[in-house]
Design a protein around this ligand. Sequence first.
Ligand SMILES: *Cc1c(COP(=O)(O)O)cnc(C)c1O
Length: 301
Amino acid sequence: MLFPTSKINIQKLSDSLFDQKEVTVSVLRLDKLHEIVSGNKLFKLHYFLAQAQEQCSEGVTTFGGPYSNHLVATAFASKEIGLKSIGIIRGEQPKVLSHTLQACLAYGMELKFITRHEYDQKEKAEFLAPINGSYPKFLIIPEGGYGPLGANGAAMIMDWIPENITHICCAIGTATTFTGLLKNLKKEQQLIGFPVLKNMDDIEKRIQFLSTLPLNHPPFQIINNYHFGGYAKKNNDLIEAMNLLYEKYRLPTDFVYTAKMMVGVIDCISNDFFKKGSNILCIHTGGLQGNLSLEPGTLKF
Ligand SMILES: *Cc1c(COP(=O)(O)O)cnc(C)c1O
């Protein structure tokens, strides 16, 4: 890895529910990587940045919304290794920048705002050509690190997962992290994904795009009903669950990804989804900086 990883650890959660169901639950704390830039994003960026270094790029260009964990991770990581960064941001420039975009600026990222309509065209060659023309020495990193290199980086997360884990659970956004984990899954291990977007039914297609895994890749399960209304949507139940996770286990979660996954995992345990003896590991993919967009006082941590 391009970044120090010594702060990553595994936290075991104690709960009478888990004892009663005879399962163990622990959390891989990737959020401990860094206060602002935490979680899976630095893993996903690893090979993109390595490529930028190899090609002697001057910097990298990437895309995201005003609360994007990927943008801030790219800004930070680029600066750390001496590359410039440009962030192409969805939507008009607001009067007051989000905490996320302020952090991007603090890490030296140049921000360019484009309309939502333009943003929807960003994957197209006609859109990318002028960007490439203006910044020929900048490597373009797809939004969210969604590409085979991103999945290869995420595959390294498996190095932190003990062999005796039977079930690995993670939140799904672009499915890049999920695919990376799937690539390095041990025999006998089960991977379970919790999409944070509504009606996400193209995971198989995404795995094919992100990897060369054969169609009979190791089996996985997708649990689709914990999106709480869709991407970045939240309700009181979710916020209460986040406060409870913190009170019970001292586990801070973010409302976009990790809280939804944790609620899903605990519900699954209650509903006997996991058989007795299961050794469950939840991946804390970070993203805590996103909670700064919540009204102050919403969370007890
Ligand atoms: C981006 C992100 C995810 C989703 O990762 P994908 O690889 O896009 O599926 C999960 N958790 C957090 C905290 C994230 O920032």
